[in-house]
Design a protein around this ligand. Structure first.
Ligand code: SAH
Length: 362
């Protein structure tokens, strides 16, 4: 634990958050970008941690109105990687010098508890890499078994804090409820580092509700925060118009600038968090979204290591394939690009470093 001076106060009252979210003048915004970058540098330094993303299955039992993996999308060819294939990707991450692999999938009940626990154990034994899971909503018993097997972190975005909108776009499984905040709390109790986050610009999402999201990041004391713009997928109810949502007067836009503001505000709200420059950000801005995010609060990149035929089928939203190859298949150029930004590739697992005693330490 190291002492760090308090972050520059750009002011994070609710009124200030709202004002920043609405601000469109670049000369004004320069103060927000600078505060976020300075806070990032002081708290998490110049290292950019690389997490190798392995999209292990695109099967999904859910009907999320935003996501191309939803069960109702019959046009998608489905796959589930074998343990051997996943292990091969993990070895590749190790060769590339990454500190972490992220196993992500649709909400796939076909990923059995014991199978995944064995896989986590094999990855830990063979590579020693940190393992992050992003497998959607699973039972606490599953999450416990995977933690016991050695999994380090779990990503589960709450997507939006607007309860009504969440229920509309993220229907629960029949007879069940979907309480991602309760799951995040259970994950924290199990000793995982927890990550959450939102999509920015969902139809029906207001400036006020995103301000609440940012306040919630802080309240949850998140270790990781993922933020990306909503990108409409034509094979989903939000993309094909079958779930018409009335646009409210204060609808927040789903553009790059707004998503970057949320990244910057998330850094100020949670100075110690690991915040990735997400693929969705890069998707809408032909890669430079990555670099801008790194200069406005982000400190993590998740290059995609999923084998190509599978990667093409992991279509959460359209257009996400081209850009992701840069990091995964060309480590040197990624390192060079970071160097040009005055940054360097992170070493070690890249866990959250605590600078101030948490409530639990008192
Ligand atoms: N099944 C897992 C992993 C889902 S994909 C889960 O639900 O947690 C990871 C993230 O992609 C989601 O949490 C969501 O925030 C994001 N995502 C899904 N569809 C999207 C879209 N159309 N536009 C932008 N981001 C999207």
């Amino acid at each position: 634990m190291t002492a760090v001076p308090p972050p520059p106060t750009v002011g994070l009252s609710r009124a200030a958050i709202l004002a920043w979210l609405r601000e469109r003048d670049e000369t004004q915004l320069a103060a927000l970008w600078q505060a976020a970058d300075e806070t990032r540098r002081r708290y998490v330094g110049d290292e950019v941690h690389l997490r190798g993303l392995i999209e292990i299955s695109n099967h999904c039992a859910r009907q999320c109105a935003y996501c191309g993996l939803r069960a109702g999308n019959r046009s998608l060819e489905r796959y589930r990687m074998t343990s051997a294939e996943v292990l091969e990707c993990a070895r590749r991450a190790q060769q590339l010098g990454y500190g972490t692999v992220v196993l992500q999938a649709g909400d796939d009940p076909g990923l059995a508890r014991d199978w995944l626990a064995d896989l986590v154990r094999s990855i830990k034994r063979e590579t020693g890499l940190a393992v992050t899971l992003s497998l959607g909503e699973r039972s606490v018993a599953d999450m416990r078994a995977w933690r016991t097997a050695g999994a380090d972190r779990y990503l589960l975005r709450f997507e939006t804090s607007d309860r009504q909108l969440y229920q509309l776009i993220h229907p629960p499984l029949p007879g069940q409820s979907s309480d991602r905040l309760a799951l995040l709390s259970a994950l924290h109790e199990l000793g995982y580092e927890i990550g959450s986050g939102i999509m920015v610009g969902l139809p029906g999402q207001t400036y006020a509700s995103v301000a609440t999201d940012i306040e919630l990041f802080r309240r949850l004391d998140l270790d990781m925060i993922g933020i990306g713009p909503f990108i409409a997928h034509p094979a989903t109810p939000l993309g094909d118009g079958t779930l018409p949502i009335e646009v409210p007067a204060d609808q927040i836009p789903h553009d790059e600038l707004t998503a970057l503001k949320v990244v910057a505000l998330a850094r100020l709200a949670c100075p110690e968090a690991n915040i990735p420059a997400t693929t969705a950000l890069a998707t809408i801005d032909n890669e430079s979204g990555y670099e801008l995010a790194l200069q406005r609060g982000a400190n993590v990149i998740m290059p995609d290591l999923t084998p190509l035929p599978y990667r093409l089928c992991y279509e959460i939203y359209p257009g996400k394939t081209a850009l992701r190859e840069a990091g995964a298949d060309n480590g040197a150029s990624l390192a060079q690009r970071l160097q040009r930004l005055g940054r360097r590739v992170g070493t070690g697992p890249g866990n959250r470093q605590r600078h101030t005693p948490s409530a639990g330490d008192a």
